[in-house]
Design a protein around this ligand. Structure first.
Ligand SMILES: Cc1cc2nc3c(=O)[nH]c(=O)nc-3n(C[C@H](O)[C@H](O)[C@H](O)COP(=O)(O)O)c2cc1C
Length: 331
């Protein structure tokens, strides 16, 4: 295992981070990923405007339990004043371990206003937003940034931005090395993670296209990054955190069985039912089950059955059948 990583004064158990994902990294999923060994988890990105309006929906996205720590709350916005104020509110009300600024979101509605990766077009605005946030955040909560490499392939700014952000007082940067224009197409170009790592002295967290432990080990090797962050690679596969921890400790990875998948589905369902309203719990159950139920005989047919369910009662009935199926598979 590498030396224990520190972000600001926060010491982390391991250098394997769950990425912020809108519509995914809610309380139930974060709990699961922490249990499975993620060293840090993040909220979904939260709008600074929503925070200062004290929108209940927005504030609910930030609520977390002690068990989830260390947790980063990620905020986004385009106005230094509003993002700064929102940082103050988040820190006072929730005391997260990390406050993260989103300069990576490629969604046109967000970018058009200069928020998310829109800030990559104007590094002076990025400086101003970041400074405002640092001024409004108590010194025991490190401010970090998550960004892309630039708006398009002609304007690659991540290395320059990293040196500016370090000077302003940012305590770590996550780089997803694609441009805004690329969104999720093409390949993440990890050479920019290496370049950033060599340009600054704060921890650099590499992100992009880690789908298994081999990818993660390769990212550590090729870039020298201090930590890795996983997004799509843990959808339906939260076991990846434990597997990678084991790899880093020289222990062999466990194989994920159908039984493990069923148990995870049941646990996730229980958390969703406790934390969400009936309809949302049903929709999220179907979304996550369609990710969990892959890679075994008849997986497609089980996925389809769950996806067609209209009620929680139907989910329970299918789950009973699925249990029986798994018992037969094991015998
Ligand atoms: C469904 C989804 C939602 C995302 N939402 C966010 C978000 O709220 N904040 C953020 O910084 N990145 C967000 N991302 C980007 C991921 O954090 C990550 O940077 C990107 O997916 C690349 O990593 P990966 O190859 O491991 O998926 C999202 C990605 C996905 C797939």
């Amino acid at each position: 295992m590498k030396n224990k990583l520190k972000i600001g004064n926060i010491e982390l158990d391991n250098p394997i981070f769950l990425a912020p994902m809108a519509g995914v990294t809610d309380h139930p999923f974060r709990v699961i990923c922490r249990k499975m060994g993620a060293g840090v988890v993040y909220t979904e990105f939260v709008s600074a405007d929503g925070i200062i309006r004290e929108s209940i929906k927005t504030l609910n996205m930030i609520k977390f339990q002690e068990f989830e720590r260390p947790i980063g709350v990620q905020i986004f916005g385009n106005s230094p004043e509003i993002v700064g104020k929102s940082a103050k509110i988040v820190c006072e009300r929730f005391q997260p371990d990390i406050l993260d600024l989103n300069y990576g979101c490629p969604v046109p509605k967000v970018v058009k206003k200069g928020a998310g990766s829109g800030a990559l077009k104007d590094l002076c605005l990025m400086d101003e937003i970041t400074s405002a946030v640092i001024e409004n955040t108590p010194s025991n909560i490190p401010v970090t940034v998550k960004m892309r490499i630039g708006f398009d392939s002609k304007h690659l700014v991540s290395t320059e931005a990293s040196t500016r952000l370090e000077k302003i007082g940012v305590k770590a940067i996550t780089l997803h090395p694609r441009t805004t224009k690329q969104a999720f197409t093409g390949k993440a170009d990890w050479t920019y993670i290496k370049e950033m790592k060599e340009a600054v002295n704060i921890p650099i967290i590499g992100n992009g296209d880690i789908t298994n432990t081999d990818d993660a080990m390769r990212m550590f090797d090729e870039t020298g990054c201090d930590a890795v962050m996983i997004a799509r690679g843990c959808l339906g596969n939260p076991w990846i955190f434990k597997a990678l921890q084991n790899r880093l400790n020289g222990i062999q990875e466990n194989i994920v069985t159908v039984k493990d998948r069923i148990e995870m589905c049941k646990y996730h369902l229980e958390l969703l039912r406790k934390n969400k309203n009936v309809n949302l719990a049903l929709n999220l159950t179907k979304k996550h089950f369609s990710w969990y139920l892959k890679g075994f005989n008849h997986a497609v047919s089980w996925r389809t059955k769950f996806l067609r369910a209209q009620t929680h009662n139907e989910i329970d009935l299918i789950m009973n059948d699925f249990n029986a199926f798994a018992q037969e598979e094991l015998n």
